[in-house]
Design a protein around this ligand. Sequence first.
Ligand SMILES: [Zn+2]
Length: 159
Amino acid sequence: MKCPLCGITDDKVIESRQNQSATMIRRRRECVACGARFTSYEKIEEVPIMVIKRSGHREHFDREKIKHGISRALEKRPVPHRVFEEMLNSVEDEAAIVSRSSNEIRSVTIGEIVLERLFNVDKVAYVRFASVYRQFEDVDEFIQVIEKLSETGAAKSNE
Ligand SMILES: [Zn+2]
């Protein structure tokens, strides 16, 4: 690293130390040319995922927001906390994969990811979430979703 005093890029590390949570390494360095001591910090580069909302506004991806939305849909439903946690993690993983190239994801896409998971976990929660997220244009659209659900339900019980 370039010495802040003499500008020579020849130094040796005297000491390396992790911070308590082990997310950062602090290195004490000494310039070989002039003996100046300086410090560098090394940490994992985290590029925040940006969520593009329907309005076009952007905001940082917020796990808590998704958690809140899912837990509201699951309110009083017989879904174990472990399943809820797994679902939340898998939504977050999927969002990270989808946004990998651009670091962006549309809020609608997140909604669809959540819906896909909820569909397999709890149908009531699925409909609750869908009614909020999809913002059904009219009652017909809502009924279509319910009918589709009962069709898949019927198909499954016929197996
Ligand atoms: Zn120097």
